[in-house]
Design a protein around this ligand. Structure first.
Ligand code: GRF
Length: 201
C-alpha cells in the first residue's frame, strides 16, 4: 500500500510509522506533505529518502490541485494525517473516499473540532477533570474531527499534575495505535458494517 503522510510539525507519528517493524513489508511512504515550508517531520522524511512537498496557495507552495496530481502520479492509495493542522481540500477527500485517516490526541467525539489541537486539547482535558484520555484514529471528512471513529486507546490520567503529563501519556499511545490501524488497512482488515467501522483481527 502506497501512503502519503500529511504533517505540520514534529513528526513523531511519522517516525512511529517508519519504524514500526510489522509495516516494513506492507506499506511504502512515498510522500510527506506539509503546509509548512520546513518542519521537523520533513527532516525525518529526508533521512528516509522520502519526497517532501509543501502544499498551499501562497508563493513557493504547491497548489492543492497539483498535490492531487502528484499523489496520483505516485500511485498513492492511502493518506495518513499525522499532526496535520489544516483542513484537507474537498477534492482530495472525494478522490480518497474512506482512505484518509487522522490521529487525534483525545477520545473523540469529545475534545475535538476547530482549534482543538496540540496543547489546547490536553489543556481542555486537564481542565475538565476527566480521569481518562487517549488517542483516536478516525476517517477524515470535510470538517475537523467528525469522521467515523476507526480505533481508540485509553490511558489513565487520574493522577496527572498538568496537561504536559497527559500529552506525554497520550503520545505514547498514539505511536502504537496509528501503526496498528495503518497495518489493518494494509491487510484489508477494516470494514464498514451498519454505520460502524470494524477492524477484523
Ligand atoms: C499528535 O499529538 C497528533 O495526535 C496531533 O498532533 C500531534 C502531532 O505530533 N494531531 P507529531 O508531529 O506526530 O509528533
Amino acid at each position: 500500500m502506497k501512503i502519503a503522510v500529511f504533517v505540520s510539525g514534529r513528526g513523531s507519528n511519522l517516525s512511529a510509522l517508519l519504524n514500526y517493524p510489522d509495516l516494513i513489508n506492507l506499506i511504502e511512504i512515498v510522500a510527506v506533505v506539509s503546509d509548512k515550508i520546513d518542519c521537523k517531520a520533513f527532516e525525518i522524511a529526508r533521512e528516509f529518502g522520502i519526497n517532501t512537498f509543501t502544499m498551499g496557495e501562497e508563493n513557493g507552495k504547491i497548489s492543492q490541485n497539483d498535490i492531487t496530481s502528484i499523489l496520483k502520479k505516485l500511485e498513492v492509495d492511502f493518506v495518513v494525517l499525522a499532526g496535520y493542522l489544516k483542513l484537507i481540500p474537498n477534492e482530495l477527500i472525494e478522490k480518497f473516499e474512506n482512505k484518509i485517516v487522522n490521529i487525534h490526541p483525545a477520545l473523540l467525539p469529545s475534545f475535538g473540532g476547530k482549534g482543538m489541537y496540540g496543547s489546547y486539547v490536553h489543556r481542555a482535558v486537564f481542565n475538565s477533570s476527566a480521569k481518562v484520555s487517549g488517542a483516536t484514529v478516525h476517517m477524515v471528512d470535510k470538517t475537523y474531527d467528525t469522521g467515523k471513529i476507526i480505533a481508540q486507546k485509553c490511558v489513565d490520567i487520574s493522577d496527572v499534575k498538568n496537561p504536559e503529563e497527559i500529552a506525554e501519556r497520550v503520545l505514547k499511545i498514539e505511536h502504537q495505535l496509528l501503526p496498528e490501524v495503518v497495518k489493518a488497512f494494509a491487510e484489508n482488515r477494516v470494514k464498514i458494517e451498519s454505520e460502524r467501522i470494524i477492524i477484523i483481527n
